[in-house]
Write a protein that binds this ligand. Structure first.
Ligand SMILES: *[C@@H]1O[C@H](CO)[C@@H](O)[C@H](O)[C@H]1NC(C)=O
Ligand SMILES: *[C@@H]1O[C@H](CO)[C@@H](O)[C@H](O)[C@H]1NC(C)=O
Ligand SMILES: *[C@@H]1O[C@H](CO)[C@@H](O)[C@H](O)[C@H]1NC(C)=O
Ligand SMILES: *[C@@H]1O[C@H](CO)[C@@H](O)[C@H](O)[C@H]1NC(C)=O
Length: 383
């Protein structure tokens, strides 16, 4: 922590000597946790964004209340750094806002450090009591943007997703610490959709839903060194709820530790016609600690089992490799491939799998799945 702080501070000092830097305090921000900082933030952003040279924006220590903020580009430079020492807090009551902090049409932006607190408690209470609630806000959204780095961000208690990456390319999230209670509804860690070249590394994600989820059009995604749990694991999907979805391709999930999660690595698709696909997926060196469904492909996904379409999934799953997956399952079936009767899963590869249930070999279940197993395989392959 101290090292990161020192590094950031030194970095900031060296930057401020040479580059334009805009401190939100100079635009009227008050670190009292009450006064709305939206205007000062956006004025400092406008100055940073209009600079024709690399520029930086500074949010000092303290607690800043922010109603909502849209950091919009395109900007006049592609080297913007936002240094955050303090904490940004969202309204404690919910509204119809669907994104709290949004970066849109930006390119070449680094967001360094900082804590953001979505204060989702009131919204979760609404959702869990089955009232008619608005859709809830993602805490931070990166929309239609390119080359964005989010480094060392701490995100707490989002209403909905903590981070949403949508229609963007070249997004890196490193050293994130994301947390919300295990029973908070739909507080996914990071959701990636219609985006390519997304990297998530060195992060800890504890949530009430997926640690990372990948929707349609997620391609060239690299996830490495993540601790996930509590939460619902790392998911591709759900896919196929809407017709004609874009495919998901070239996904790597490596060196991830799952602890007490509902799933480990899961691919979930609705049982409905579609033209989408999932291919070229590598799951490698994963540790499962008491995970309910360590390896799962579910092509009849239907949460809550209400109004299920009950059709054959049109999403074609192929070339999915599971290499070196070890640990403990919290249920007897640790490996489950429940694939589409009209689009068999094909080219599934299992290599060096060791999953136990209560210190005994777990079980594997296959339906409509084809592929190969090699190396040490426990439970024995059903492919
Ligand atoms: C970019 O620079 C021009 C000319 O200085 C200015 O008029 C414009 O507002 C700037 N654009 C942004 C997005 O700030
Ligand atoms: C797959 O994605 C990775 C980044 O995650 C990229 O480095 C690699 O070039 C991609 N492979 C192909 C074939 O596009
Ligand atoms: C889907 O199947 C479930 C369980 O088999 C059943 O209860 C439900 O009525 C079916 N839904 C439709 C739309 O047919
Ligand atoms: C098993 O692997 C071999 C060689 O990679 C491949 O030719 C074959 O199609 C695979 N079998 C299945 C059922 O996927």
């Amino acid at each position: 922590m101290t090292t990161i702080f020192l590094t950031l501070s030194l970095f900031f000092l060296s930057i401020t000597r040479t580059l334009a830097s805009y401190n939100i305090i100079n635009y009227g921000a008050k670190p009292d946790g009450i006064t709305d900082t939206a205007k000062p933030l956006l004025s400092a952003w406008a100055a940073t964004c209009s600079s024709h040279q690399p520029a930086s924006m500074y949010i000092p220590a303290g607690t800043f209340f922010v109603s909502t903020a849209l950091f919009k580009g395109p900007c006049n430079n592609t080297n913007i750094r936002i240094f955050i020492s303090g904490t940004l807090i969202a309204p404690s009551s919910y509204s119809a806002t669907i994104q709290w902090l949004t970066f849109k049409y930006v390119q070449g932006v680094s967001i360094l450090g900082g804590t953001i607190d979505g204060r989702g408690q009131a919204y979760w209470a609404c959702k869990t009591s089955n009232r008619n609630c608005p859709s809830g806000a993602a805490s931070i959204a990166i929309d239609e943007s390119k080359d964005v780095l989010v480094s060392g961000l701490k995100s707490l208690n989002s209403e909905q997703f903590h981070m949403m990456i949508f229609s963007s390319q070249g997004i890196t999230v490193q050293g994130a610490k994301i947390s919300a209670p295990a029973n908070s509804p739909n507080t996914d860690g990071i959701h990636i959709q219609m985006s390519s070249d997304v990297t998530i590394t060195g992060s800890t994600i504890k949530t009430g839903d997926d640690c990372v989820s990948m929707g349609e059009g997620a391609t060239n995604v690299w996830i490495e060194q993540v601790n996930c749990g509590p939460g619902h694991g790392i998911s591709i999907g759900s896919l196929g709820e809407t017709p004609n979805e874009m495919g998901v391709q070239n996904i790597t999930v490596k060196n991830v530790i799952f602890t007490g999660t509902q799933n480990g690595v899961r691919i979930k698709t609705w049982g409905k016609p579609n033209t989408g696909f999932v291919k070229e997926v590598m799951f490698e060196s994963l540790t499962m600690n008491n995970v309910q469904n360590p390896i799962l492909v579910d092509q009849n996904y239907c949460p809550g089992n209400v109004d299920c379409p009950n059709k054959s999934s049109g999403i074609k799953i192929s070339q999915v490799m599971y290499n070196n997956v070890q640990g403990s399952s919290a249920t007897p079936v640790a490996v489950k491939f429940d694939c589409s009767p009209s689009n068999y899963c094909s080219g599934i590869g299992l290599q060096d799998i060791k999953l136990t249930y209560m210190n005994k070999p777990a079980q594997a279940y296959c339906k409509n799945a084809e592929g190969n197993a090699s190396g040490y395989i426990v439970p024995p392959s059903c492919l």
